[in-house]
Design a protein around this ligand. Structure first.
Ligand SMILES: [Zn+2]
Length: 89
């Protein structure tokens, strides 16, 4: 997938231009973060499919009664024992 992003800025900026520029900046950051997250956690994303983000199966999320900082990371409705992992800080 290719990304083409063209931004032309002519000063002075009107308040509307500033809002638009903020929106573009946030969108650019979101795209960059998404690509970084995909590289860092390939298992959490589909194979180059943008819908893969929402298609990630839900987690069980059961909290370890002995260690409240740990939750089950197994798929929702899994069989057998919970697979507890510490919550990232
Ligand atoms: Zn579980």
């Amino acid at each position: 997938m290719g990304i083409r992003l063209s931004i032309e800025i002519t000063s002075p900026l009107t308040p509307d231009d500033k809002d638009l520029l903020s929106g573009v900046a946030v969108m650019t950051l979101a795209i960059a973060n998404h690509e970084m997250a995909k590289n860092a956690f390939p298992d959490a994303f589909g194979d180059g499919d943008e819908a893969g983000v929402t298609a990630t199966p839900a987690r069980c999320g059961f909290t370890d009664p002995k260690r409240p900082d740990r939750v089950c990371i197994a798929d929702e409705g899994h069989g057998g024992r919970h697979k507890f992992r510490a919550l990232p800080n």
